[in-house]
Write a protein that binds this ligand. Structure first.
Ligand SMILES: [Zn+2]
Ligand SMILES: [Zn+2]
Length: 205
């Protein structure tokens, strides 16, 4: 419940920023870490892919890893720890700017890089929530009152600024009959892409 709300509370509010490509180091999973990823449920794997937390990179912190782990275990509420254990490298600890590679780039489909398709990074809306011990929301607070953006820009090194092949092909597609042939929004082309992406995701790990 909280997991859904926490994830949903941040994601729909994410907005796009026009700006230069942000290059941040990409994390390469060790064989042991890949085993951890393989061990989570399919649902949480999909969630981790969508949120970019299959290969997150922590920001520099005055706390080392052991100290951070102590705080999570000793200070965090039980419901947060429960969510944390469902994802390969945790859930609530990751800020937008610590997220890793998008699911399409992980699958080798850089032509479909999420941020290339969307023309910019996902930006945190700078709001978070004060929760009680059971995880119920009791207040809203503004993380960065100055409005400083905290953004997720897929860490893959691929170029994200030039038009994708399907973007270039889209007008021609639209002139004929967009989405009509398949009898549902998106049409045959989009549906075909979705299937290819889904198949690629399952083959990742
Ligand atoms: Zn890429
Ligand atoms: Zn990408």
């Amino acid at each position: 419940m909280n997991e859904t709300r926490s994830a949903a509370g941040r994601r729909p509010a994410a907005r796009l920023l026009a700006g230069p490509v942000i290059r941040r180091p990409q994390r390469t999973l060790t064989p042991e870490e890949r085993e951890i990823v393989r061990g989570i449920s399919t649902l949480n794997f999909q969630g981790a892919l969508i949120m970019g937390i299959v290969d997150p990179v922590p920001n520099p912190s005055p706390m080392d890893e052991d100290e951070g782990a102590w705080v999570r275990e000793q200070v965090w509420s039980a419901y947060l720890q429960k969510i944390e254990r469902k994802y390969p490298f945790g859930f609530a600890r990751w800020a937008m700017c610590e997220r890793g590679t998008c699911w399409n780039c992980l699958a080798g489909r850089c032509d479909l890089c999420v941020h290339r398709q969307e023309g910019g990074p996902h930006a945190d809306d700078n709001t978070d929530w004060v929760l009680d011990i059971r995880g119920r929301c009791v207040a809203k607070f503004i993380l960065r009152p100055g409005g400083e953006p905290c953004v997720w820009w897929c860490r893959c090194a691929c170029p994200k600024s030039d038009p994708t092949p399907e973007t270039a092909a889209a007008p021609a597609e639209g002139e004929v009959a967009p989405g009509k042939a398949a009898g549902r929004p998106g049409g045959a082309v989009r549906r075909g892409q979705g299937s290819a992406v889904d198949a690629a995701q399952y083959a990742l790990f």
